[in-house]
Design a protein around this ligand. Sequence first.
Ligand SMILES: CC(=O)N[C@H]1[C@@H](OP(=O)(O)OP(=O)(O)OC[C@H]2O[C@@H](n3ccc(=O)[nH]c3=O)[C@H](O)[C@@H]2O)O[C@H](CO)[C@@H](O)[C@@H]1O[C@H](C)C(=O)N[C@@H](C)C(=O)N[C@H](CCC(=O)O)C(=O)O
Ligand SMILES: Nc1ncnc2c1ncn2[C@@H]1O[C@H](COP(=O)(O)OP(=O)(O)OP(=O)(O)O)[C@@H](O)[C@H]1O
Ligand SMILES: N[C@H](CCC[C@H](N)C(=O)O)C(=O)O
Ligand SMILES: [Mg+2]
Length: 485
Amino acid sequence: MKKLSDIIKGITVVERINDNDCEVEQIVFDSRKAARNNVFVAMPGTVVDGHQFIPQVIEAGCRCVVCEVVPVDYPDDVVILKVDDASLVLGQMAAAFYNHPSQKIQLVGVTGTNGKTTTATLLYHLVMNMGYKAGLFSTVANYIGKTKIDATHTTPDALTLNKTMAEMVEAGCEYCFMEVSSHALVQNRVAGLDFKGGLFTNITHDHLDYHKTFKAYIDAKKSFFDGLSKSSFALTNGDDKNGQIMLQNTKAEKYSYSLRGMGDFRGRIIESMFEGMQLDIDGQEIWTQFVGDFNAQNLLNVYGAACLLGFEKQDVQVALSQLKPVDGRFETIRSASGKTAIVDYAHTPDALKNVVETINLVRQAKQQLITVVGAGGDRDPLKRPEMAREAVSGSSKVILTSDNPRSEDPEVIISQMMEGVSFKERIKVLSIVNRREAIRTACMVAGPGDIILIAGKGHETYQEIKGVRNHFDDREIVNEVFNEE
Ligand SMILES: CC(=O)N[C@H]1[C@@H](OP(=O)(O)OP(=O)(O)OC[C@H]2O[C@@H](n3ccc(=O)[nH]c3=O)[C@H](O)[C@@H]2O)O[C@H](CO)[C@@H](O)[C@@H]1O[C@H](C)C(=O)N[C@@H](C)C(=O)N[C@H](CCC(=O)O)C(=O)O
Ligand SMILES: Nc1ncnc2c1ncn2[C@@H]1O[C@H](COP(=O)(O)OP(=O)(O)OP(=O)(O)O)[C@@H](O)[C@H]1O
Ligand SMILES: N[C@H](CCC[C@H](N)C(=O)O)C(=O)O
Ligand SMILES: [Mg+2]
C-alpha cells in the first residue's frame, strides 16, 4: 500500500481534477485486472485505446485515473490526472511504487537488433560464476539469482519490470542485466529506471512493420543512450557503422569495443573451429566455446561491461573462457553417423548471414550445408525475401518452411521469401510448409559429415498458429530423426 501523493512526486501533471490523496493498492494499465483502490493508467495502444475502459475501471473501484484525454463523465471522488504521455508516467509511477529498485542494484541494459539475449545472458552467467548474485531479463527466461521465471516478452512492461527487480533486490542480487527492445523503448517500458550502463550490439533490418522507417528504428535504439545519466557508462560496437551515432547525444561516459584494433576494448580472432575460437582479448589469449565474428563482438561487449562494472580484467578473461553458449544459439546436435545439426535463433537477414558465413568458415568443402528456415507471421514482411536470399547464397540446399505463422497463411509467407531467390538459384530451394517435415527431410537427406542449419526458432518450445501455441521444439525433432538412424 502506498499513498498516491508518494507515487506521483516529481511527475508532470498537465491537469488535476480532485486534490484528494488516497491509498493505492496497485497500479494497473489493463482494465481486466482493475480492482478496488487501484490507479488505472489509460494508454493508447496498437489495437485499442485504453481510454475507452475508464468507466469500467471506475466501476471496479479504481480511485485514480491517469490519462492523456480527460473523460467526459466521472464521479466526483475519483482523482483524474491528465498527463502528456501516459506510458512515460506509468514507468515513473511503477518505479516509485516499488521503491526504485533500479537504484539499489547495478542495472545494465543491452540494446541492438541481434545479440541482446546472448550478451545479457553471458553477463549474468559471468557475474554469477564469479560469486555474485545477479538477475536477468531476457527473451529466453528471467532469473532472480538461480530461480527461473518464464519470460513473456524480451523486455517486460514497466510494472512487471519494477516488481521483479524489487524481488531481485530483496533476494540479495547486486547486478541486473536486461535486454532493452526497441518496442520497449517506444512504449516507455524502461522509463523511470536508473541504468548503471547501456550496451549496444548492432543495428540492421528488423521490425519495420512497427517502426515504419529505419530512421525511426535507429532513433528508438538511440533514445536508450540519450536517457542514460552522467554517472553511467555507454559501451558501443566500434565496428558497427551506427555504433557512434548511438552515443552522440548521451551524457554517459562513452566507451567502445572492436575487432578491428580500435576502441577501448580490443579483440582479435586467432583461430576458429566448430567447437570454438581462440581469441586475443586486450593482449591475453583465451579459448572460448563460441564461433563467429558476431560472437567475438558479443564476448567483447561482455568483457567491456564487466570491466566497467569494476571487475579485474584478468578475472574477467578467465571467466569468459568458461562461458557456455546460450540456449538455442548455435546449439549443436550430432548424429551417430556424423551429421551435425545447428539450431539457431537467427530470425533477421543479418543474423542468418552471420550464422551461415560462420558455418562456411569452419566447414570443409566436402561437407554440405542444408538450411531450413522460415519467417514469422504478423512481423516485418520486408525481411522475408532478404532472409531467403541470405540463406540461399551461403547454403548448398535450402528448405523454406513455416516459423510462427501467427494469423498469416504460411504458404504466402514462403512465397514472399521465395521472391528474394534468383531464378538461377531456385534449383537449390525446396518448400515444405510443415516445419516438422522440413526438419525431418533435411536431416534425412544430409549425408555423414553434412551440416543442417535450422534457423529462426532457437530456444522456442512452441509454434504459434492462429492464436494457439502448440508444443514444438526444433531440437526434439532433430533428436527424434537422429535416434532413428
Ligand atoms: C505491438 C506491441 O508491442 N504491443 C504491446 C502493447 O500492446 P498494445 O499497444 O497492442 O495494447 P492494446 O491491446 O492496443 O491495448 C491498449 C491499452 O489498453 C489496455 N486494455 C486493452 C484491452 C482491454 O480490455 N482493457 C484494457 O485496459 C491495454 O492493457 C493497453 O494498456 O503493450 C502490451 C502491454 O505492455 C504488450 O503486451 C504488447 O505486446 C505484444 C503482446 C507483443 O507481441 N509485442 C511484441 C511485438 C514485443 O513487444 N516484442 C519485443 C521484442 C522485439 C524484438 O526486439 O525482437 C519485446 O520486448 O518483447
Ligand atoms: N552480435 C551479433 N550480431 C549479429 N548477429 C548476432 C549477434 N549475436 C547473435 N546473433 C545472431 O542472432 C540470433 C539471435 O541472437 P540473440 O538472441 O542474442 O539476439 P536478440 O537481440 O536477443 O534477439 P531478439 O530481438 O529476438 O530478442 C543468434 O541466434 C545469432 O544467429
Ligand atoms: N522477438 C522477435 C522474435 C522472432 C522469432 C521468430 N521465431 C518469429 O516468431 O518471428 C519478434 O517477436 O519479432
Ligand atoms: Mg532477445
